[in-house]
Ligand binder design. Structure first.
Ligand SMILES: Cc1cc2nc3c(=O)[nH]c(=O)nc-3n(C[C@H](O)[C@H](O)[C@H](O)COP(=O)(O)OP(=O)(O)OC[C@H]3O[C@@H](n4cnc5c(N)ncnc54)[C@H](O)[C@@H]3O)c2cc1C
Length: 385
């Protein structure tokens, strides 16, 4: 085990950080406030090979793993450009297709996911199931030549920029009981697909949507992997999602902390900078410690995942996501406090981070569901629900 990052990864960090700074938080929030998208950055990151760094080389990827992809998102976020669709498109969708897709599916989808020319959304959440994914009712019925998919999803990110969405449904014969998920690639322009924007109080260029699937006819090869592979395939995608959600939150936390530290080092209202007061410096120091702890857990989760230790990676990814969400919330709140009135201005760009950080405590899996997981699986305590 080594805590020393390889030359290659350090170089990746530095290069991605440069790219992120070229765009920056001012550009990012301008896109968010004007209803724009982060297409230029997404395309440039794709062309440079950063979006597909985890995907197999034979399909245009970099041949790395989640450790590499999480570095890309963390550095973009720390530079003020947390690209939410990275949590979904190359990580969940790219991983599931790489691990369980047929040769045809890999050839069809992976090169585009790797170079960013294809964005794939991911849809599991349903209005009546929420955190209880076992209750999802989106159902796939066999037709003569494929599938018919019907159901409704909510809070699906990025449908307006995606060409396809990976939908978690259940097959008709597995309609009740414990979830036996079946994963379908659904082109956004397929007949019977509709989506509607949900108005969110989030300042983000990545929007959330309700998704309606009404008798969507799909070819047989829209199904990724086996319809009976149950939770294994789904978790192969959800662990990368948690790892990337941690990187997203940590990027935001680093950005907020960096702004706060720079400000309190300069701002003077008594003698010397306000950063000399322990009322200001200690909370920032605590956040720095919590941030480094969360990063360590993120790196551990990614390393376990890349080593094929799915079960251990699941526990670590949950813990990393918990720690990262908590520190993102604390860092953004303390950044606002450190800047005083300026913390609430558009110019300084700190209050606008608060809701995004807050969302990392809810999505993709809530803080409480992680605590349930740890209580039951790590501590062996009984389940209350
Ligand atoms: C910005 C954003 C982007 C998102 N993007 C996507 C996406 O791209 N694709 C997608 O599929 N989904 C997406 N989601 C949905 C997200 O994954 C869900 O919001 C999340 O899983 C929680 O589900 P819910 O909102 O239905 O809350 P609920 O399940 O209704 O939970 C509400 C509250 O009750 C708590 N709770 C529920 N059950 C228990 C329990 N057993 N014990 C203790 N507490 C409990 C929860 O922790 C939460 O605090 C997104 C959400 C947000 C906010």
């Amino acid at each position: 085990m080594s805590f020393v990052e390889s030359e290659e990864r350090r170089a990746l960090r530095a290069a991605v950080s440069e790219l992120g700074k070229k765009y920056g938080y001012g550009w990012f929030t301008e896109k968010a406030r004007t209803g724009g998208h982060t297409t230029e950055l997404w395309e440039e990151a794709g062309k440079l090979g950063y979006l597909g760094v985890n995907l197999p080389e034979e399909y245009g990827g970099g041949g790395g793993g989640m450790a590499d992809l999480s570095i890309v998102l963390e550095e973009l976020g720390a530079a003020g450009c947390p690209l939410l669709m990275m949590v979904v498109s190359p990580s969940i969708c790219g991983t599931v297709i790489s691990r369980f897709g047929t040769g045809d599916q890999k050839r069809r989808w992976l090169p585009g996911l790797a170079d960013g020319s294809t964005t794939m959304a991911f849809a599991i959440t349903e209005p009546d199931a929420g955190s209880n994914s076992h209750n999802i009712t989106t159902t796939a019925r066999r037709t003569e030549d494929g599938w018919s998919l019907s159901g409704r999803k909510v809070f699906i990110s990025g449908l307006d920029v995606a060409q396809a969405v990976l939908v978690v449904g259940r097959t008709e014969d597995a309609r009740t009981g414990r979830l036996k998920p079946a994963l379908f690639i659904v082109p956004i322009d397929a007949r019977g697909v509709e989506y509607r924007k949900i108005e969110m109080d989030l300042i983000s260029p990545d929007k959330q949507f309700s998704l309606f699937l009404d008798d969507v006819r799909l070819p047989a090869d829209a199904l990724v992997g086996s319809e009976d592979a149950a939770l294994l395939q789904l978790f192969a995608g959800l662990n990368p999602e948690r790892i990337m959600a941690s990187a997203f939150a940590i990027g935001i936390a680093r950005h907020a902390l960096g702004k706060a530290v720079a400000y309190v080092n300069e701002r003077q209202v008594w003698n010397g900078p306000i950063g000399a007061h322990q009322g200001i410096s200690h909370p920032l120091a605590q956040i720095k410690i919590e941030l480094e702890l969360a990063r360590l857990m993120l790196q551990k989760a990614a390393a376990l995942y890349d080593a094929g230790e799915d079960l251990a990676a699941g526990e670590a990814a949950n813990m990393a996501k918990y720690a990262a969400g908590e520190v993102a919330v604390r860092a953004t709140d303390q950044a606002v406090q450190s800047l005083g009135g300026n913390g609430m201005t558009t110019e300084y760009g700190v209050a606008s981070l608060v809701a995004a950080a807050r969302a990392t405590r809810i999505a993709p899996v809530s803080r409480e569901m992680i605590l349930n997981f740890v209580a039951q699986h790590s501590l062996g305590l009984p389940k209350s629900y």
